[in-house]
Design a protein around this ligand. Structure first.
Ligand code: TYD
Length: 196
């Protein structure tokens, strides 16, 4: 089973992914988590480019796709084949939303990602861009280009327009409530799968 967490920055993806991993492990499931961008050669180039804001949309798209190809081959597929539950902290819906918001055709991005394993469940942790920027500042970070208000508004709109296996969770609420809702959604999804 492949579960992807998506949403704009500051929504609490990393906290939720770690929480979910622990809860599923407690229940005896074999779970791994991966994060994109990764720390591969491609992921490192992406992070470097965040700093100097240097990448054109097409080049950025290409790097994210290469990074994902590496991650799928090296991490995601082998774990799925071993029967593990794979939880992703960002996956190709981020490419659709973030690179789509830079003007690249969304259908084209979707097609370029069709060769990768499709998640059984996608959870979008949804917050307002204003909340995102406040949270990023609160944790002492300076928002990067991906974290500009107008840009994040477009990214969020694309996330919320996505369909198929997608659940939107309101992440403006206290984290404990968000955790409870996410765990409930995932456990229900797992039991549904077992009875299929
Ligand atoms: P993020 O999860 O914020 O990583 P970190 O907090 O460790 O720096 O991801 C970095 C940024 O990458 C994020 O703002 C969204 C962007 N991104 C894309 O633009 N396209 C993609 O395909 C992915 C996976 C991420």
């Amino acid at each position: 089973m492949l579960i992807a967490f998506e949403g704009i920055d500051g929504a609490g993806k990393t906290t939720i992914v770690n929480f979910l991993k622990d809860e599923l492990k407690k229940r005896g499931y074999n779970v791994v988590t991966f994060k994109e961008p990764t720390d591969s050669e491609w992921g490192r180039k992406i992070r470097q480019a965040f700093k100097d804001r240097s990448l054109k949309p097409e080049d950025e798209l290409e790097l994210f796709l290469k990074d994902r190809e590496w991650n799928v081959k090296r991490n995601i597929l082998p774990s799925l084949k071993a029967g593990k539950i794979v939880i992703m902290d960002r996956y190709y819906y981020s490419t659709i939303a973030y690179q789509g918001a830079r003007g690249i055709d969304i259908e084209r991005i979707r097609k370029l990602n069709e060769k990768f394993p499709k998640p059984d469940l996608v959870i979008i942790l949804d917050i307002k861009p204003e909340t995102a920027i406040r949270r990023i500042r609160q944790r002492g970070d300076v928002p990067n280009r991906f974290e500009d208000l107008e840009y994040l508004k477009r990214v969020r709109e694309i996330f919320l327009s996505l369909k198929n296996n997608i659940v939107v969770v309101n992440a403006e609420r206290p984290i404990e409530e968000v955790k409870r809702e996410v765990l409930d959604i995932v456990l229900k999804h797992i039991s549904k799968g077992l009875h299929r």
